[in-house]
Design a protein around this ligand. Structure first.
Ligand SMILES: Cc1ncc(COP(=O)(O)O)c(C=O)c1O
Length: 425
């Protein structure tokens, strides 16, 4: 039996490539504890950080009233009023932005906020014209790909590729010479640090994007899921931008709290008010547990120490270690380059001249017990396929060391087999 669905229902009832891939990753993992999961985006379990969250839950439990309120009351659709005040005070102290509570809304994860934003700025507009969200630097976060309801919602630009002198590193740059913001562009969006590549656009590049979007009176959406000031998984200097054309999304997930589903949006009052309405329509209010857990750490700035002393060094060491293992395992016979690792949880590996598409390499690796995400899935909004993406894959280095090392060794072995023309196992 098949119901007749609306275009909206059909959009999600028909599995897209990405939902099928995610499902595949999930199924491959379930019941296979010997699988090396380098495919997902789960944050690591960092003991020093987990201890802080455990202590906070203990404090909330010990204060009966705080516990009962946290579980038993809906917050306002904009967020918990105390948490909103603390976010505003924290960001103003840290960056001197001069924002007010009308500039902040809480959502059930940054993902939900981004779903709303993608649809606020793409599709048919009130003036009847079609608007699109521009991604100025492909590849981009897989999670945006299926968010927009309008099939023509996205447009994207390819990067300028810098191959670094060391022979095994590269970096993507926005090609500002060809980047034009035509009238159909409703917003520009970047993740910073970028998931999947680990790229971090410099403050200068972000300022250039901000100037260009402001000149067109459209917003620049900066997805800060890994960025400053929290979780601060940044191995280079980067300050979040702020201005009347900027929309910043933050998340508590990569602080080690993904299951609290807490996103924070800082933006112009018009957009915060629209997000607040969306919250009340979609979910009445956002979950309050993450807000209650993190609140005192914003108040006394302890969150900054936690990020600086425990989170950033943990991921930076993991990234360097994974790169060293790649160098060791790939040697000089595999023609590979790893994107400069400047933040986030991933390495983006380019296998130059790979004789099969990355999608096929993914299948072959899955059969050998290691999961990666093939590059093709991080590319959307383009008019034509981009062969470069089929030579790339994303792997996370946030998992246990022995998994990462064993996964990398298997990848190197399978890549050599592919180059030799050996069949899949
Ligand atoms: C770049 C990026 N943006 C947004 C999100 C969504 O985060 P949340 O868990 O807050 O919904 C993620 C999650 O992995 C991400 O990688």
């Amino acid at each position: 039996m098949q119901f007749k669905l609306s275009a909206f229902g059909d959009r999600y009832a028909t599995p897209s490539g990405i939902t099928a891939l995610m499902d595949d990753l999930g199924r491959a993992m379930s019941g296979h504890t010997d699988m090396f999961m380098l495919g997902g985006g789960n944050p690591a379990h960092i003991p020093a950080v987990e201890a802080v969250w455990r202590q906070r839950i203990g404090e909330i439990l010990a204060d009966g009233r705080a516990f009962d309120t946290m579980l038993g009351d809906y917050d306002t659709p904009q967020g918990n009023t105390g948490f909103l005040d603390d976010v505003v005070a924290f960001l103003n102290r840290r960056y001197g932005w001069g924002i007010s509570v009308d500039n902040v809304a809480i959502t059930n994860g940054a993902q939900t906020a981004l779903f709303c934003l993608m649809n606020f700025f793409s599709g048919p507009a009130v003036d009847g014209k079609q608007r699109r969200v521009l991604f100025p630097l492909m590849p981009e976060y897989i999670g945006y790909a299926d968010q927009a309801l309008d099939p023509k919602a996205y447009t994207a630009r390819l990067p300028r590729i810098e191959e670094c002198d060391d022979g095994h590193t590269f970096k993507y740059h926005i090609d500002f010479d060809t980047l034009e913001l035509s009238n159909e562009i409703g917003a520009v969006c970047i993740s910073r640090p970028c998931n999947p590549t680990g790229n971090v656009l410099s403050d200068g590049e972000v300022a250039e994007l901000a100037n260009r979007t402001a000149a067109r009176n459209i917003p620049l959406i900066v997805d800060n899921a890994y960025g400053a000031p929290f979780p601060g998984i940044l191995f280079t200097e980067a300050t979040p931008p702020w201005g009347e054309h900027t929309i910043l999304t933050f998340s508590l997930s990569k602080l080690g709290l993904p299951s609290t589903r807490t996103g924070i949006v800082v933006g112009p009052t018009q957009i915060i008010s629209a997000l607040t309405s969306m919250n009340s329509v979609l979910s009445l209010a956002s979950g309050g547990i993450g807000q209650a857990v993190v609140r005192p750490l914003l108040r006394n700035d302890a969150i900054l120490d936690l990020c600086r002393e425990s989170i950033r060094p943990f991921y930076e060491a993991k990234s360097l270690q994974a790169q060293a293992w790649i160098r060791e395992a790939f040697g000089n016979d595999i023609d590979y380059r790893v994107h400069k690792s400047e933040g986030a949880l991933f390495l983006w590996v380019w296998l130059k001249g790979l004789p099969i598409p990355a999608r096929k390499l993914y299948e072959r690796l899955k059969a050998r017990g290691v999961l990666i995400v093939p590059g093709e899935f991080f590319v959307f909004g383009l008019d034509a396929p981009w062969p470069h993406a089929s030579e790339c894959f994303r792997m996370t280095y946030s998992q246990a060391d022995h998994h990462v090392k064993a996964g990398i060794d298997l990848i190197a072995d399978e890549v050599r087999r592919v180059y030799r023309g050996a069949p899949a196992v």
